[in-house]
Design a protein around this ligand. Structure first.
Ligand SMILES: [Mn+2]
Length: 445
């Protein structure tokens, strides 16, 4: 392969808070120890293959605006070796980018790195050849795979769903594709494997048997669990919730829905959640809701750390540039002791108007810095202690009254509570103090 570099940008350096250089870190100092851990270990940044190396800026109203030097040809009617060379050319560019940016992880879908060919065998052969090359690049650079996944939403055959398709023949294609994607993720030492069901849901309830589709999706996940065991893979499975888009109603609606599904079908031991805040806001929740909720139940595995636009009702996958939101996310992550297999994965794309190659660096560097600042703010909040103490004090009666522990341990009856209520007059209603909480939060910024 050619060793010619495609990016004019040099390796990104930490220059401190006073720098005005958009291609330098102001806050992200990878090896600096904060609250007992290196910043890089708290943040575990990952770059995505799909947006950063495959997005061309097309939208439903207009075609390609981003022309990348690594996109030599998408023509799959060429000879196998020529197709493989094009794919490897893109791999070179990707690893040059990861290395210059200074991230330790990346993530990809099978079809991002190797297009689907005429048969399953040909597609699998190409995926093996390209991922063999990716393995070499991982060894050369030390960059690792945060997670792999199968694209079960782009191919026309998945228009009516993959694991929830009404036709078992399409369901079989989805299983075959996931099986191969798991094999190559295992080969690359991936630390995780994600399921995102963009076509798992319905457009009209009139043609859809919801119970049957959910039963099929559960059967699909049980087979994935069994196959993972059979190949000796240890990567963590994640489900990524999203309420809608492209499908009108998606079954993996939000964190709480997915957690209930996993319980219902005895799958909860095998899956954590990969939370994308832009999906959370599409579900009508605040930015941090699914992160905080899944973390509270020990189910937060990884984060696709993007954001949406409050005035647009779709998934804009923007780079987060808002320090307040980053602080809320990092507070939840530090509170749970950090990631194990997951990380902050930039499932983000530059705008179709941001057509300089350099914009890819500016976007990642800017957002990495926002999360680094968010980490520093979160640690400041935790070490200051006021916010956590105020929240704890709000529930003090549950500790002060012996009845509280009786309820929490499941020992109380309605009769006990009725007797207590009769014996104790209604107390003064405590102030919620929202503005005070907001003021204390602001002190961390
Ligand atoms: Mn995502």
């Amino acid at each position: 392969m050619s060793e010619k570099q495609v990016f004019a940008t040099q390796a990104i350096a930490f220059k401190g808070a006073d720098t005005k250089d958009p291609l330098a870190f102001r806050y992200y100092d990878a090896s600096k120890v904060v609250h007992g851990k290196k910043m890089e270990d708290w943040l575990r940044f990952s770059v995505v293959y799909w947006h950063t190396f495959r997005a061309v800026g097309a939208d439903p109203f207009g075609p390609q605006t981003l022309h990348r030097p690594w996109d030599t040809s998408d023509d799959i009617t060429r000879e196998f070796d020529a197709i493989a060379e094009s794919c490897k050319h893109r791999v070179d560019a990707a690893f040059e980018f990861f290395t210059k940016l200074g991230v330790k992880y990346y993530a990809f879908h099978d079809r991002d790195v190797a297009p689907e060919l005429a048969t399953i065998d040909e597609s699998n052969k190409l995926l093996e050849v390209v991922t063999d090359y990716m393995k070499v690049k991982q060894q050369e650079t030390g960059v690792k795979l945060l997670w792999g996944t199968a694209n079960l939403f782009s191919a026309p055959k998945y228009a009516n769903g993959a694991a929830t398709n009404p036709d078992v023949k399409i369901f079989a294609h989805a299983c075959a594709q996931v099986k191969k994607a798991m094999e190559v993720t295992h080969k690359l030492g991936g630390e995780g494997f994600v399921f995102w069901g963009g076509r798992e849901g319905y457009q009209t309830i009139l043609n859809t048997d919801i119970k049957k589709e959910l039963d099929h999706m559960a059967a699909f996940f049980h087979m994935a669990v069994a196959f993972k065991k059979s190949i000796g893979a240890t990567f963590q499975f994640y489900i990524e919730p999203k309420p809608k888009e492209p499908t009108k109603h998606q079954y993996d609606y939000d964190a709480q829905t997915v957690m209930c599904f996993l319980k219902q079908y005895n799958l909860d031991d095998h899956f954590l959640l990969n939370i994308e805040p832009n999906h959370t806001t599409l579900a009508g929740h605040s930015y941090e809701h699914d992160i905080v909720l899944s973390a509270a139940y020990g189910k937060l595995g990884s984060v696709d750390c993007n954001t949406g636009d409050e005035l647009l009702g779709w998934d804009t996958d923007q780079f987060l540039m808002d320090e307040r939101k980053a602080t809320l996310v990092m507070k939840a992550i530090v509170d749970m002791g950090g990631f194990t297999t997951g990380g902050l994965n930039f499932d983000c794309k530059v705008r179709r108007e941001s057509n300089d190659l350099e914009d890819l660096f500016i976007a990642h560097v800017g957002s990495m810095d926002v999360f680094a600042k968010g980490l520093l703010n979160a640690v400041k909040l935790i070490e200051d202690g006021r916010l956590d103490q105020m929240k704890k004090d709000r529930y003090a009666s549950w500790k002060e009254e012996s009845l509280g522990s009786k309820v929490e341990s499941g020992q109380a009856t309605f009769g006990d509570l009725e007797a207590f209520a009769k014996a104790n007059a209604t107390p003064k209603i405590a102030s919620g103090k929202q503005e005070l909480y907001e003021r204390v939060f602001n002190d961390s910024l």
